[in-house]
Design a protein around this ligand. Structure first.
Ligand code: ADP
Ligand code: TYD
Length: 218
């Protein structure tokens, strides 16, 4: 069975993930790769309904365990419907957020801890781990300011996490750094304080190298 390449983008809200994901997808397609782009929560019809529920700031009070379960329900659906079929077809899958988000936000931000998240990941995601994760880490205050500006421009209510306090986002940030320290072979930290173009160039250098290493010589 041919297997594609699974790449995830991670970082705080406003860290530049979707900007870089779009640019990387365009670059890879221009170089002849078959690319599938998706995001979590969302990316399937069921996932979009879960997304609307979890991100709406009127969905209160939601127990942290309910939130955790919904994140993994969304993910299981995306794996079954989008990610596994694409990987089995040999495609490159670019996913905006995956289980590291759950570890950072629910494990760190909501203080459920990493262990429960990793145990649920083992059960719900059937051992599917990214081949590469790009963690965009601009300065903490800068990424929060960017996310708030962007949400101010949107007519959708997707603010439930952005309205959390600074301490919550600081815990998310710290948990992300802990994940990167624990799994340096999978997770590459990108200092997000450079220009969009400079970050893009750094990402394509790294991805080209990883794709070459992942493709057996014929
Ligand atoms: P995310 O998907 O991580 O929430 P976005 O890609 O939507 O972040 O970026 C949030 C905002 O920050 C957007 O307005 C985007 O244009 C801007 N932005 C992204 N990357 C940079 C960068 N390197 N420097 C300055 N602004 C950026
Ligand atoms: P989204 O708008 O997709 O992210 P961004 O603002 O980075 O573009 O919003 C997703 C929100 O959901 C974000 O605040 C992080 C949060 N989230 C979790 O708390 N746990 C998870 O497992 C995932 C995938 C997202």
């Amino acid at each position: 069975m041919s297997r594609g390449f699974f790449l995830t983008f991670e970082g705080l809200d406003g860290s530049g993930k979707s900007t870089q994901l779009r640019r990387l997808a365009a670059y890879l397609e221009a170089h002849g790769h078959a690319v599938t782009v998706t995001r979590q929560p969302g990316g399937t019809r069921i996932g979009d309904r879960i997304r609307a529920l979890i991100l709406d700031s009127r969905t209160e009070p939601m127990d942290a365990m309910t939130e955790l379960g919904l994140m993994f329900s969304d993910r299981a659906q995306a794996i079954a419907e989008v990610i596994r079929p694409a990987l089995e077809a040999g495609r490159i899958v670019l996913c905006d957020r995956y289980t590291d988000s759950t570890e950072a936000y629910q494990g760190g931000g909501r203080q459920l801890g990493s262990e429960v998240v990793l145990r649920m990941h083992a059960v719900m995601c059937g051992g599917l781990n990214p081949d590469l994760t790009l963690l965009l880490l601009p300065d903490f205050n800068r990424s929060l300011a960017r996310a708030r500006r962007r949400n101010g421009r949107s007519d959708k209510d997707e603010n439930r996490f952005e309205t959390e306090d600074q301490a919550f986002h600081r815990r998310v940030y710290d948990r992300y750094r802990a994940i990167a320290a624990r799994e340096p072979a999978r997770v590459t930290v990108i200092a997000g304080d450079q220009s969009i173009e400079a970050i893009h160039r750094q990402i394509i250098r790294l991805v080209d190298e990883k794709l070459r290493a992942a493709t057996p010589a014929s």
